[in-house]
Structure formats: C-alpha cells, structure tokens
Design a protein around this ligand. Structure first.
Ligand code: CTP
Length: 400
C-alpha cells in the first residue's frame, strides 16, 4: 500500500472534471491514503457530496460554518493532519482566488491557512486557460511554490479542442504519489535498461527470454518519484511508460547498446535491468526459413552481443553503475563473481525463474562490503527500497 499513512485533502471546485475526482479518490483509497474531501458549492452542482463520501469513507465538508468540527474551525483543523492538499478540478475562478489570497469559502480559506504543500489541477475551457489573466495567476501560483499539475491538451467537454483538460485520474495519482516520496535523487540523471531483447532469426522468428520488464519499469518509476530525470531504454514489452519517464523502445541488444552509449554522457546513475541476449544469429535470413524436408534442420551460428553494462562501466568517467544478475541457482557465488567481473560498485542478484513475469521479487545486494539479502516484496515497494539503497551508496561512492 504505497500511500499507507498518508493523508490527502482533496478539494473539488466547479467543473465537469469533478467526475474524474471520483475515480481519483478510489485510486488514493486503494493505495492506502486517508482522503478528506472538501467541496465548493459549485462543485456540488457537478457531483454530489454523497458520492464523494461513499468513495472516501469520510464525511465531506462544504461549508465554513459546519458545526461537526468541535471548535468550529474546519478551515484550520482539516488540513493539519494532511501531507498535501490537492485541488482537482481547480476552476479558473479558484486559481484567481488562490493567486490573490482571497478566501470567502471553506476550501479557499483552508488553502490560505494550510501548513502543508498545495497542488492544483486546472480544468477549464481552452480560452479560459489561455486568457492572460489565468496565465498570470498560474505563474503567480508557481512562484508562490504551489505545484500546478497539467493541464492536458485534447477534446473538451464544450466540444472545443485545446489546452485546459484536467489530467486523467491515473496521472494525478502518479503525480501526487511521486510528490509524496522523499527526493533521494533530486537533480540526478538516471539511465536504465529494462525488459528482454529480441534477436531476429528471419523476418518472422527470433530469440528472446522471459523477462517482463516489470522490475526495470518499477525502478524507473521509483527513480522519477525520487526526483531524478529518467531515461528508460526498453526492450519489447507492452508495459505502460511510468509517469514522468522518457522512454526509448528498442528490439535487439545491439540497438540497446547503441541507444545507451549515445545517451550515457552526463548521467549520474546507470541501472542495467534488461535481460540482454548474450548472442545473436550471425546471418539473419532475408526471407522466412522454409521447412523443406524431414532431416533438413537449419543450423544457426551465433556471435556475441556487446556487453552494455561492462561497456558503460569501462568509460573514462562512468556513472554509478548498478547491474542485475538473473541466475538459475547458487546466487551467492554467481552474484559476487559477476560484480567483480563487470567491475561495478553494486550488483542486485535474483533468481530468474522466481522473478520473471511475477509481481514480487527477492534480491541480494552485492557490494564492496559483502552481501545483504532483502525480504521478498512487491516489485514497486522493492524498487523504492532499492532506490534508497542506491542513493545512499552514491553519496559515499569514490570512483576506483
Ligand atoms: N548485461 C548487459 N549487456 C549484456 C549482457 C548483460 O548490459 N550483453 C547486463 C544486464 O542488464 C545485467 C548484468 O549485465 O545488469 C548481468 O546480466 P546477466 O545476463 O545476468 O549476465 P551475463 O554477463 O550475461 O552473464 P551470464 O549470462 O553468463 O550469467
């Protein structure tokens, strides 16, 4: 439960996008967060407090004069336990109020009286968003340290097309979940490889492996959430790109090598998670290889692929390099030997058959100090833990 122990005040102002806030509430609750919904009068015209109460499991507040709060200070008390306030949707009018410090209802007063971060997700017609007054207000909010999420571009409820759509609930969830993570890699540039590679034999066949890419994608997400600028070079996988991550898709080991080597300069951290094919077919057939007779079995000749991790580690001033070892047994011995062979400060070992395609994983960390086994965990939780372990080692690392 990624947001267990976190409390979010979710503020709704008037806009069609209120329907998306119902789904956002569900995502936050599912992730373990406590969600306190506060609505303006206008918001209640678009979605009922009853719906939001049912989804959040808590009474919804709409009025500054609500006597359910013992000391009658809802505008103070509701935000005091919050880790963040998110206004979604944030109307044109509400942005103007926030930018000018106006407070004539519970939600705007609560924002002025807050002692926690404030994020806003604008939602409005493209002309309203493009209006110089709105742009001025958004710039003022950013200057005041308020996080402006989006808006998105596309079809609008009014039938027009342009900037002003509220971000989708999944994106708002990702932005908020990331915001609440400690910024262990703030300002760092991170390059990762993930997934399997695919080595063609002929135009319709090829060699690949059982890597799903889940661990690499989870690490890319965790690095982005930790404040890093992340480039993910991915082999063939249908996984969605994590929020805030730049992705390059490749097929073969050679393409992965070329993409990594072209981009690795100026990166602080390289994490090689991909299960890269060690060999490729020497001569890829131009046409499909046909079955011509019972004894006529094609003979394939292989050549070795470049070792991406070893090549990055051998650069004159390499980034901090982290490798993965997928073994089928005797992880302790293979992991320690592989780390020395690749000449890298940290290697994360796991057993291939016990991790490929699964949502959880169990790993051993190998570094100069020895070995450290981490308990089996969900790949997302494990990724956050691994990013913390990597960030700690980067602080004290002295290149050899
Ligand atoms: N790796 C790489 N390029 C390759 C092969 C591996 O970058 N051509 C990286 C992997 O991403 C991983 C680490 O090297 O981080 C170890 O990969 P693994 O396949 O376990 O090791 P190999 O070096 O291929 O050794 P072996 O297959 O003999 O165990």
């Amino acid at each position: 439960m990624e947001l267990a122990g976190k409390t979010v005040v979710l503020g709704l102002t008037g806009g069609i996008a209120c329907y998306k806030s119902a789904e956002l509430t569900r995502l936050l609750i599912k992730a373990g967060a406590t969600v306190q919904v506060v609505m303006t009068d206008a918001a209640t015209q678009f979605i009922t407090p009853l719906t939001m109460q049912a989804l959040s499991g808590r009474p919804v507040f709409t009025s500054q004069w609500d006597s359910r709060i013992d000391n009658n200070m809802a505008h103070i008390d509701l935000s005091r336990e919050a880790d963040a306030i998110l206004i979604a949707p944030a109307s044109t009018d509400f942005l103007a109020k926030l930018a000018n410090g106006l407070c004539d209802d519970l939600l705007s007063t609560l924002c002025i009286a807050r002692d926690c971060p404030l994020l806003v997700a604008p939602a409005m017609n493209r002309q309203m968003w493009g209006n110089p007054a709105t742009q001025r207000n958004a710039a003022q909010l950013r200057a005041d340290g308020i996080v402006v999420l989006g808006p998105d571009s596309g079809d609008q409820a009014c039938g027009e097309v342009g900037d002003g759509r509220m971000l989708e609930p999944e994106d708002l969830f990702e932005a908020l979940a990331g915001f609440l993570q400690p910024k262990l890699l703030a300002g760092r540039r991170v390059l990762l490889t993930a997934g399997p590679t695919f080595e063609p034999i002929d135009p319709v066949r090829g060699l690949t492996n059982l890597s799903s890419g889940k661990m690499g994608f989870a690490l890319a997400r965790a690095a982005a959430q930790a404040g890093a600028q992340v480039h993910l070079v991915a082999g063939p996988t249908a996984l969605p790109t994590p929020y805030g991550v730049v992705r390059s898709d490749v097929q073969t080991a050679q393409q992965m090598y070329d993409r990594v080597m072209a981009d690795v300069a100026n990166h602080d951290l390289f994490i090689a998670v991909a299960a890269v094919a060690d060999w490729r077919v020497a001569q890829v057939a131009q046409d499909k290889i046909k079955k011509s007779g019972d004894d006529d079995v094609p003979q394939l000749t292989f050549v070795q692929n470049p070792d991406i991790l070893a090549a990055v580690a051998a650069l004159p001033s390499p980034p901090f390099c982290v490798g993965f070892a997928a073994e089928s047994g005797d992880l302790e011995a293979h992991g320690a030997a592989k780390r020395r062979r690749k000449n890298i400060p940290l290697l994360i070992g796991n057993l291939g058959p016990a991790t490929f395609g699964r949502d959880d994983n169990e790993v051993i960390l190998f570094d100069d100090a020895g070995q450290q086994r981490l308990p089996r965990a969900d790949k997302q939780a494990l990724a956050r833990l691994l990013i913390a372990e990597i960030a700690a080692r980067m602080k004290t690392h002295r290149p050899s």
